[in-house]
Design a protein around this ligand. Sequence first.
Ligand code: KIV
Ligand code: ZN
Length: 517
Amino acid sequence: MAAQKPTLKTIKIFDTTLRDGEQSPGASMNIDEKLRVARQLQKLNVDVIEAGFPIASEGDFEAVKKIAQAIKGPEIAGLCRASSKDIDRGWEALQYAGEKGRIHTFIATSDIHMKYKLKMTPTEVLAAAVKAVKRARSYTPNVEFSCEDAVRTSLPFMAEVVAAVIDAGATTVNIPDTVGYTIPFEYFNIITYLKENVANIDQAVISVHCHNDLGLSVANSIAAVQAGAGQVECTINGIGERAGNCSLEEFVMTLKTRSDILPFRTNVVTEQLTPASRLLTTVTGIVVQPNKAIVGANAFAHEAGIHQHGMLMEKTTYEIMTPESVGLKTNVLVLGKHSGRHAFKKRLEEMGYDLDDEMLNKAFERFKALADLKKEVFDEDLDAIVADEEGMRGEEMYKLSHITVTSGSFAVATATVQMEIEGKPVRTAELGDGPVDAALKAIKKLTKTKAKLMQYNVGSITGGTDAQGEVTVRVGDGDRTVIGRGSSTDIIEASAKAYIHALNRLHYKKEKVVEHL
Ligand code: KIV
Ligand code: ZN
């Protein structure tokens, strides 16, 4: 008789890429970009999408509202501080998700945060938490409460707060490691303590939310589910404040790969992990390190001869999960210059893109132009084309029309740049210390911006001298930093596009009024 498989407990995946993830330096996304990521999260089949922090800005409010209207399947959460104003504004955006709308309210409970940041006593914090949860419950039965900096909170006080918010109607209680300080053994004990010392704990789902300051966010999340947590908060590619959050793909694949000793599962469609990772990279410009687990470029590359030999004899010698299980199709030769619109559209759909007609037409034109220059067009080229076109879409303030550069070892580099600024054509020329410097100076002059170029990276998307160059820039203005990205077979044009992309993002970010914590 075949051995019976043990039943696996389902762990809810709460994705906060669009909220905590967006708090990564340079990761701000506009509304269209957030909607694209949310659609991919829907395909991934996460249980909850935290779509933003509605009171933070008009842009955040609109993004949460549009995601609540458009996304079917996952619950949609919005972050609100423990104040009536935040919660009222939060629900204004979340109401469009109906019974799938979740208010996520929080207040810090550690001594250090209460004393120095909130300047409130524990009694005041407890009262504010209960009041916030009650207010949220007046709108929806789906309420999550977070004890910010839970890991540095006194355990008896946290147990008191957790019991009180569950009494007030919270259906999920989150125990975040806000500063990425805990270790697996300690976190296991904290969750165990709450299970043993909060009488009504069974009336709520225990959630965990780990930051990665010590590189332990995935390990800590696993320890927490072993102790009884039922929800894990995480982000695609592990992006988030400072060193980031628990990486969704790492957590999910750990449960899937080690279900022999971890009796848990998730609802995530793992074949959508690589498309999700790539989409986020193209949208934010934040590249994944090559050795990143699951979605890094080298995650399934076997270099050493002895490994390759073993792999040829039997894949499982060195492979603990298959590339297909995470949706990886490497270096697929997609199309050439004779490929038609239908094949182009089909390939984009296979890669997880769902473009409207306008975008599809623009992307197809770009593809045809590229296929004329380059014999072989790869998936990575298509990612870059879509990212570029999306980056230039809609409400962009600045657009590049043409760029001409002359340079050489004996010539002073000169760039002539023509742009559209709010629809008006403008043109200028500048000299520079090399062609990129000249081009960026001309753009700076035309846009009258004071932003500082903090980092400039150039790479090639695929191999060969006909490859597209991809430029990523980090640009700062005061305390705001953004990343811009551009691609072209001409690296000066790619640089100009990346810089303009960043300036558009800075412009969008200017309206943010409330910082997270
Ligand atoms: O890190 C944190 O504590 C948070 C909370 C708002 C959940 O992001
Ligand atoms: Zn966080």
